[in-house]
Design a protein around this ligand. Structure first.
Ligand code: PEP
Ligand code: MN
Length: 367
């Protein structure tokens, strides 16, 4: 059964004049001056719809700055009054929710380290029952779509209908130039499941470094995301958390100016005709691709029968190493992104092992 979520469209709760929703602000509220001045400069850009600020900071290790807590809430009230902009804050416990709402926080978000834990998410959902506030849910730290979906289901179960997803990338244990690997496919899968659920890209936590923000923000726009949440600080290098990934409000303004916002559709008939033709070709190529995969798998099956009859193990590391290297090299030569070929062959190899194990065991059963 396809799960369903009752979600209100973004435009019904935040006015952006058809533009992507822009949330910006410091990773953490550090001092009254830092928060109010950052908010003032962001407001001046004229492009920011919501200010973000971390009040309670979930840190992986103790000893890092854990947020100013309750003391920062009156600063938010002041910054709100001065800018007229709504504020979003991360909440991780029922107490955070109660305090945030008491001080007029407009939008709550569930952080990546909370989404991973269904107990915490349920506690948050229970505290939200009967409360009318928009809730954004970050993807869990680890790439587990079910946890993300589960968090939305729990929060929707509490009667919250103004919801959006924040895609901040995943910690996969693999080395990557980014702090958190985007794995765009995860967000696309979520959107496939819940087409009405808005998705907001968080290039800051994906990137970990200022230098990668622009390309990640552009990617989110090219994938038709509904908005961006970006960390901005008046003096990023001196920030008490996530210093390397924050931008001054001016640099953030420049980044927004360089973003290309493309349309989802075009009414141009020539364009539509060309699209149809190319898509038909792609459909055809995909069919061939699947036929080739099936033919490859048929050979794997034969191979397994020989291995079985000669009492040889399924997995032979040297052979796999050779396959892996030669295919990656060939892909590179043909102009393909090397990681693409590598990842495809990892999956093909996994399936090949599964198939061969099946063949081996079928012998045991038949014997
Ligand atoms: C944050 O937004 O500052 C934060 C802690 O992010 P995440 O939950 O994505 O790590
Ligand atoms: Mn941060």
């Amino acid at each position: 059964m396809k799960p369903e979520l009752a979600v209100e469209p973004l435009e019904s709760w935040i006015q952006t004049d058809g533009k992507p929703l822009i949330i910006a602000g410091p990773c953490s509220a550090e001092t009254e001056e830092q928060l109010c001045e950052t908010a003032r400069q962001l407001k001046e850009l004229g492009a920011v719809h919501v200010i973000r600020a971390g009040v309670w900071k979930p840190r992986t290790r103790p000893g890092s700055f854990e947020g100013m807590g309750k003391a920062a809430l009156p600063w938010i009230q002041r910054a709100k009054a001065e800018t007229g902009l709504p504020f979003a804050v991360e909440v991780a416990t029922p107490e955070h929710i109660e305090l945030a709402l008491k001080y007029g926080v407009d939008i709550l978000w569930v952080g990546a380290r909370t989404t991973v834990n269904p107990f915490n998410v349920q506690e948050i959902a229970d505290a939200l029952r009967g409360v009318d506030v928009p809730v954004l849910v970050k993807n869990p730290v680890n790439p587990d779509l079910a946890l993300w979906v589960g968090a939305f289901e729990r929060i929707a179960g509490a009667g919250i209908t103004r919801m959006a997803a924040i895609h901040r990338g995943f910690s996969t244990g693999e080395t990557s130039k980014y702090r958190n690997v985007p794995m765009w496919q995860m967000a696309i899968e979520l959107k496939d499941m819940f087409p009405q659920l808005p998705i907001i890209g968080d290039p800051s936590h994906m990137a970990g470094k200022r230098a990668y923000l622009q390309e990640l923000a552009q990617m989110a726009m090219d994938l038709n995301y509904d908005g961006l949440i970006v960390e901005s600080h008046i003096d990023p290098d001196k920030a008490w958390s996530d210093a390397a990934q924050q931008l001054t409000p001016a640099a953030f303004g420049e980044m927004l100016d360089h973003l290309q916002i493309r349309q989802v559709e075009s009414q141009n008939l020539e364009f539509q005709g060309a699209m149809e033709q190319i898509r038909a070709k792609i459909d055809n190529i995909d069919r061939q691709l699947i036929e080739v995969l099936a033919a490859r798998m048929a050979q794997v099956e034969k191979l397994a029968e020989y291995k079985r009859d000669n009492n040889v193990t399924v997995f032979q590391p040297d052979r796999w190493k050779e396959v892996h290297e030669t295919r990656a090299k060939l892909g590179k030569k043909m102009g393909l992104y090397p990681e693409l070929v590598e990842e495809i062959y990892k999956i093909i190899h996994m399936e090949s092992i599964r198939k061969q194990t099946e063949v081996m065991n079928s012998n045991i059963q038949n014997a």
